[in-house]
Design a protein around this ligand. Structure first.
Ligand code: SAJ
Length: 406
């Protein structure tokens, strides 16, 4: 039996996937409300294919509760909060979960940490916690790091198809855990050591962050001299060895806007390109805000309350707002002391910010200018509703005459 600890964005789909592929699974979370919701037959977030997978897993016998189980394999998938100021990951939940596992784990059990951690976390925090509890690693308890790599919005598909990395001290244990993930994962699974596994995960997200920063910088250069960044990128990408990403209103999510900072924090004098890239991405919402003011001036608009931001989530068609560019822009608006921007997102049904709307038509009736912050399908399917509005499209998806770009 496998006990999955932490039933959030990664733990839940992973537990469901194993359960639907012949593994006996118990999912554990200390949040009773979340466990009750799952036991009442409901998922806790929206994701393509998740509801169907959940129903199949229930039929296959998956169980959810708040108690750690006595078993030989634990998968820890708890949050790793990130401190914006120190730019360091806080491994407290991972360490707490591992300590709780130790209270029930039988001799020889394996603890797999799936949570994203900065390179060296297993060595600096997890190992000492296990040793302080009196356990001998490799004899009483085995440690493994198996970072997740799935993308929100396409999680179910990517869980099945992505390649994976398993980091273990001991090859045999690594192979045992590889076999467990092979129950559902059709991708290649590489077994390596723990530090390499930690590093690969962070490097992958850093690669993407640096490349998005490059696109954002190109957008600024092109804006400066009135060139079309999208056409330039399109033409450049026809070259067989060039593949530029897309500029946008900023980078959000708990991964690409966070993980690269671990490298800057640990190697400040070496990680220079990464540092600059992160600063570029982090200042992109400010760049958009300035662009809003520039367009307002050009159009003779004086009332910021007639300007609306479309989208609050960190990217399209998900309900996750962590580190979202819109939230960053609203914060920076506070600093500019020109509050009043209106906001709407079809995926965010609760009130989370001031001046928030819950209906697209009502939102549009209350603004003269719309800033497309997130390219949800909803707005792509309702482009005609933007007729007559001033539109600042941060994603180049609205094909209407006179649309402004970043
Ligand atoms: N973005 C751009 N321009 C682009 C692509 C993305 O501005 O061309 C922005 C998005 O709008 C969003 C942010 O970047 O705000 C990040 O979105 P994303 O879709 O690129 O990635 P995430 O954060 O949802 O998921 C990433 C993935 N990592 C990589 O692609 C290397 C995923 O595979 C990881 O599992 C995930 O991080 C994670 O959990 O680490």
């Amino acid at each position: 039996m496998v006990n999955v600890i932490g039933l959030g964005y990664i733990g839940l789909p992973t537990a469901l996937m194993m359960a639907t592929h012949g593994v006996e699974v118990v999912g554990t979370d200390y949040n009773k409300e979340l466990v009750d919701t799952l036991n009442a037959g409901h998922t806790t977030f929206k994701e393509d294919g998740l509801d169907e997978l959940f129903q199949d897993a229930l039929k296959a016998g998956i169980k959810f509760n708040t108690e750690y189980q006595v078993t030989d394999t634990y998968i820890v998938s708890v949050p790793t909060p990130y401190d914006k100021f120190s730019k360091k990951v806080d491994a407290c939940y991972v360490v707490a979960a591992v300590k709780s596992v130790l209270e029930v784990a039988p001799k020889g059990a394996t603890v797999v940490v799936e949570s994203t951690i900065s390179p060296g976390t297993m060595e600096k925090f997890v190992r000492p916690a296990v040793e302080e509890a009196g356990f001998i690693i490799g004899e009483d308890i085995n440690l493994v790091h198996a970072p997740e790599r799935i993308i929100p919005g396409n999680m179910v598909y990517e869980l099945l198809h992505n390649n994976r990395t398993i980091g273990a001290d001991d090859r045999e244990i690594g192979e045992k855990i590889k076999k467990l993930y092979s129950s559902f994962c059709q991708g290649k699974i590489v077994v390596t050591d723990i530090k390499t596994a930690e590093m690969t995960k962070v490097v992958e997200n850093t690669f993407r962050a640096v490349n998005i920063a490059f696109a954002n910088e190109l957008a600024r250069i092109c804006r400066h001299d009135n060139m079309d960044v999208y056409e330039i990128i399109e033409i450049c990408n026809m070259h067989p060895r060039v593949n530029i990403l897309q500029p946008g209103p900023g980078v959000g999510g708990h991964c690409i806007s966070v993980d690269p900072w671990f490298l800057v924090g640990d190697y400040p004098s070496l990680a220079k390109v990464i540092d600059e890239s992160m600063k570029t991405n982090d200042s992109q919402p400010d760049f958009v805000l300035n662009r809003i003011y520039e367009i307002m001036k050009e159009k003779g608009f004086t009332d910021v309350k007639r300007v609306g931001l479309y989208g609050l989530t960190y990217k399209e068609n998900v309900d996750d707002m962590r580190e979202s560019p819109t939230l960053q822009l609203l914060e920076s608006q506070e600093r500019h002391l020109a509050t009043g921007l209106k906001v709407y997102d079809p995926f965010i049904t609760k009130d989370v910010v001031a001046n928030q709307y819950h209906d697209l038509d009502v939102f549009l009736n209350n603004v003269d200018m719309v800033v497309i912050m997130v390219k949800h399908n909803e707005i792509k399917e309702n482009v005609e509703k933007l007729n007559g509005k001033v539109v600042l499209d941060c994603h180049n998806i609205i094909k209407l005459p006179g649309v402004y770009h970043i």
